[in-house]
Design a protein around this ligand. Structure first.
Ligand SMILES: NC(=O)C1=CN([C@@H]2O[C@H](COP(=O)(O)OP(=O)(O)OC[C@H]3O[C@@H](n4cnc5c(N)ncnc54)[C@H](O)[C@@H]3O)[C@@H](O)[C@H]2O)[C@@H](O)CC1
Ligand SMILES: Nc1ncnc2c1ncn2[C@@H]1O[C@H](COP(=O)(O)OP(=O)(O)O)[C@@H](O)[C@H]1O
Ligand SMILES: [Mg+2]
Length: 278
C-alpha cells in the first residue's frame, strides 16, 4: 500500500497565484442537514471554508439558516426542500457534498435523486452519510456517473454497500468492490484507505482522539475544498485525508478528545505550515 506522507502533501499543495480570486478557488455546495442534524452540514461547510474554498453554499433544512450564519456568515444558504431554487444552486457548484445529516425521509430521497440525476460531467460529487444509505437502496434503479464521484463510507456504511464486515482488512476484496463501483472510495477507519484509480493509499496519520461524532462530516468538507482548489484531483483527495488527521494529531498533543470544531479552526494554520513555510 502506498502511504500518504507529510513531504508528499507539502509538495502537492498548490501555492496561490498572486492575483487569484474567489471564483478560482472552487465553489463548494454542501447538501444535507435535516431539522435534527443541521450540525453535520454546518461542520462540512465550515471545514470546506476553513480549508480554503472560494465560495461555499449550503442547501439544508430552513431551521438551520441562523445557526449556519452564526458559525460562518461567509456561507450562502438555500432551502434544500425548495425545488424551485435547488436546480440553479446545484448548477453553480464545482464540487458537491451530498449526505451529512441528510436523513432518510422520502423528501431527502427526492433531493438525493435530484442531485445525482443532474450532475454535470465537470462537477465532483462526494457521497457520504445518509446519501450512502440512499445509494444502497437505489443502486439498481439509478445510474450514478462514477468517474467524478467519491464515496466516503465508514466501516458500517461499507458493510451496507458491499456486505463486507468490519474490520474490512482484506485489501484485494475491497479493491474488487471498488472496481465494481468504479468511483473513488475513501474507506474510513483508524488508518483510512483510499481506493483510487488502480492504486491503494493508506493514511497513516490520525489517532483515537478523533472518535467523535461529526469527524467524518468535516472530512467531506476538506475533500470538497481541495477538489475545488487542486488541479490534480488524486492529490487533492489524498492531501485532504492527511490534513484532516494530521491537524487532529497536532491537537491531540494537548487535547484528550479532538472536537471537529477545533480541527476546523486549526485548518488554515496547519495547512499554512505545510504550504509556503518560508
Ligand atoms: N451533529 C450531527 O448532526 C451529526 C450527524 N451525523 C449524521 O448522522 C447520520 C447517520 O450516520 P451514522 O454514522 O451516525 O449512523 P449509521 O447508522 O449510518 O452508521 C452507524 C453504524 O456503523 C457502525 N460503524 C461506524 N463506524 C464504524 C467503525 N469504524 N467500525 C465498525 N463499525 C462502525 C456503527 O457501529 C453503527 O452500527 C449521517 O447522515 C451523519 O452525517 C453524524 O455525523 C454525527 C453528528
Ligand atoms: N481511532 C481513530 N483513529 C483514527 N481516525 C479515526 C478514529 N476514529 C475515528 N476516526 C476518523 O474519524 C472519522 C469518522 O467518520 P464518521 O464515522 O463518518 O463520523 P461522523 O459521521 O460522525 O461525522 C473518519 O475519518 C475516521 O477515520
Ligand atoms: Mg459519517
Amino acid at each position: 500500500m502506498l502511504k500518504i506522507t507529510e513531504d508528499k502533501v507539502s509538495s502537492w499543495l498548490p501555492v496561490r497565484d498572486k492575483n487569484t480570486y474567489k471564483n478560482k478557488m472552487g465553489h463548494v455546495l454542501c447538501v444535507g442537514g435535516n431539522a435534527n442534524m443541521g450540525g453535520a452540514i454546518i461542520l462540512s461547510a465550515s471545514a470546506a471554508l476553513y480549508a480554503g474554498a472560494g465560495l461555499v453554499t449550503v442547501a439544508s433544512a430552513p431551521e438551520n439558516v441562523h445557526a449556519l450564519h452564526a458559525r460562518i456568515p461567509e456561507a450562502m444558504f438555500t432551502n434544500m426542500y425548495d425545488f424551485d431554487s435547488l436546480p440553479n444552486i446545484v448548477k453553480k457548484a464545482d464540487v458537491i457534498v451530498l449526505g451529512p445529516g441528510l436523513g432518510l425521509s422520502n423528501q431527502s430521497l427526492k433531493i438525493f435523486k435530484y442531485v445525482i440525476s443532474t450532475l454535470d460531467k465537470d462537477q465532483w460529487l462526494i457521497i457520504d452519510g445518509d446519501a450512502i444509505t440512499h445509494f444502497v437502496n437505489q443502486r439498481n434503479s439509478l445510474q450514478i456517473p462514477t468517474d467524478h464521484v467519491v464515496f466516503t463510507p465508514h466501516l458500517g456504511e461499507w458493510q451496507r454497500m458491499t456486505n463486507i464486515e468490519p474490520p474490512a482488512d482484506d485489501i484485494e476484496e475491497n479493491q474488487e468492490q471498488k472496481k465494481k463501483l468504479q468511483a473513488t472510495i475513501v474507506l474510513k477507519k483508524g488508518q483510512s484507505e483510499i481506493y483510487i484509480e488502480d492504486e491503494v493509499w493508506q493514511n497513516i496519520a490520525g489517532n483515537p482522539s478523533m472518535a467523535t461524532g461529526g469527524m467524518g462530516d468535516i472530512l467531506t468538507g476538506i475533500i470538497a475544498s481541495f477538489l475545488g482548489q487542486f488541479k490534480n484531483k488524486k492529490q487533492a483527495i489524498l492531501s485532504a485525508l492527511y490534513v484532516h488527521s494530521a491537524t487532529a494529531n497536532k491537537l491531540a498533543k494537548t487535547h484528550y478528545s479532538t472536537l471537529p470544531s477545533a480541527i476546523i479552526n486549526d485548518l488554515p494554520i496547519f495547512i499554512k505550515s505545510l504550504n509556503n513555510p518560508g
